[in-house]
Design a protein around this ligand. Structure first.
Ligand SMILES: Cc1cc2nc3c(=O)[nH]c(=O)nc-3n(C[C@H](O)[C@H](O)[C@H](O)COP(=O)(O)OP(=O)(O)OC[C@H]3O[C@@H](n4cnc5c(N)ncnc54)[C@H](O)[C@@H]3O)c2cc1C
Length: 435
């Protein structure tokens, strides 16, 4: 079973709110016959489309192969939260890599946010860049820890856009009985992700990249010092390859598959809420909470609650995604118990053991970036640019990112999913029991 085919109709976007509110691009032709390129990119999400755009802008000949449609994967389905930082704090990174690299990594994560905003301004102005992400704490201890984190970020990296919100001030950000405080990050933002993905694809095409949709890569091998990339009806011979398949990689590359694990996550969009929308989230900030299976949500521009929550580790999405998401949504907003859900969809993201992305050169001329672990809306487009720089000869940023620790999962590519399901099930149970 392959996640490229397990849950969606071939060549179609999921029937979600994003696909219903984005102007689709004319289909790009499937690859047929023989082609050559300096660089062949596999995967048309934020990582691949950004790499294609930045390489084409440097005058490099680029062919991008996407199995379904551009933005079909996580990039066209996610929660839209654009945040800096990594899933690990500055202390962890400094202990593993040293103080200077940790500072540079923090700066890169902020450059990723700025790059996303700039790319949206230039290529996807309809992607609705909206500032503000609120980190919600469900216990007083967690609220205090967010307060310390805000102080640390200010002290260590000079970041001054994360402000604690006390229990008394919560109603100015969120009307929910589930939280005890939190921190509002005004340097972060939320966006319409599919419009951003399509804007990147269009820009890459205009810059000269050749895009092929409905072109699933089945094999990738070395031939005469080049890479031979094989699809059902064609093949590309390229000097370099950028592997940008994230959670949909399957077994295309064993080194990456052993380190980057797919997991599924779900989102529901309610009917437009009218005045209730502003009552629930008066600051119009996106929210992510502190649960192990994170609840994340925000308002759409037409006043719907877009609520993400619940994940699974097998191949198949549940039959009734709306019912699965309604449970955590109603726990957090009892006001939404009776509100109709107009759209519900699932998506596959990818995580690594350390929850830090796997970025680097995994074989001569084979570059890759994936496993952003729920933190890829800003990082993936940035990693695409970093890989484009590396493919063009400037490897400095890629080499630093390649030092992020990302070991193989126990069980390797074969057994990792059942072992993960066991572990994650236990932590999800702790969430439900409030432990
Ligand atoms: C439900 C959900 C909510 C999320 N919410 C957030 C959030 O709010 N904030 C955040 O920062 N991150 C979030 N993420 C994660 C974020 O969306 C991803 O990290 C990011 O989109 C990864 O981009 P990508 O281009 O690497 O991968 P993808 O967008 O998944 O693209 C990979 C592409 O590769 C193609 N592909 C795979 N195999 C092949 C092949 N053999 N041949 C050709 N093409 C192939 C796929 O069709 C796909 O289009 C979320 C993810 C999900 C699923």
């Amino acid at each position: 079973m392959n996640l490229l085919h397990a849950n969606d109709r071939p060549g179609e976007y999921p029937q979600g709110y994003y696909a219903a509110t984005a102007a689709q691009l004319p289909p790009a032709p499937p690859l047929r016959g023989e082609a050559t390129a300096d660089c062949c990119i596999i995967g048309g999400g934020f990582t691949g489309a950004s790499a294609a755009l930045h390489l084409a802008q440097k005058g490099v000949s680029v062919t991008l192969l996407e199995a379904q449609r551009m933005g079909f994967g996580a990039s066209g389905r996610n929660g839209g939260q654009v945040s800096g930082g990594f899933n690990k704090g500055g202390d962890y990174l400094a202990a593993k890599l040293g103080t200077e690299p940790a500072q540079r990594l923090w700066d890169m994560s902020q450059e990723a946010v700025t790059l996303t905003r700039d790319l949206i301004t230039k290529h996807a102005p309809d992607a609705e860049w909206t500032p503000g992400v609120f980190h919600a704490a469900s216990t007083r201890a967690e609220a205090e820890s967010l307060l310390r984190e805000a102080e640390d970020l200010q002290k260590t990296f000079g970041y001054d856009q994360l402000s604690p919100v006390s229990a008394q001030d919560l109603p100015s950000v969120i009307a929910s009985p589930a939280y005890r405080g939190g921190a509002l990050d005004t340097g972060a933002a939320h966006i319409h992700p599919l419009r951003y993905a399509l804007g990147l694809a269009r820009a890459a095409q205009l810059a000269g990249a050749r895009l092929h949709e409905r072109s699933e890569v089945h094999a990738l091998k070395r031939q005469g010092g080049k890479w031979l990339v094989q699809t059902g009806k064609g093949r590309v011979l390229a000097d370099q390859v950028i592997l940008a398949c994230n959670g949909y990689l399957g077994g295309l590359n064993r080194h990456v598959a052993a380190r980057v694990m797919p997991i599924n996550n779900y989102i529901a969009a309610t009917a437009p809420l009218g005045d209730l929308a502003q009552t629930l989230l008066p600051a119009n900030a996106a929210v992510a909470d502190d649960k192990f299976v994170v609840n994340y949500f925000r308002l759409s521009s037409d006043g719907r609650m877009l609520f993400g929550g619940g994940e699974s580790y097998g191949y198949r999405f549940p039959a009734d995604i709306a019912a699965k998401v309604r449970k955590p949504m109603t726990r957090i907003f009892p006001q939404l118990a009776e509100v109709p859900i107009d759209y519900a969809w699932g998506g596959t993201l990818a995580i690594t053991r350390s929850r830090l992305p796997l970025i680097g050169e995994v074989a001569p001329g084979l570059l890759t970036a994936s496993g952003y672990s729920g933190h890829g809306v800003a990082l993936a487009g940035y990693a695409g640019r970093v890989l484009a720089d590396a493919a063009h000869g400037d490897r400095t940023d890629m080499e630093l990112l390649a030092r992020l620790p990302t070991g193989p999962w126990p069980g390797g590519a074969g057994l990792r999913s059942p072992l993960l399901a066991l572990g994650m099930g236990w932590f999800a149970l702790r969430d439900r029991l409030g432990l």
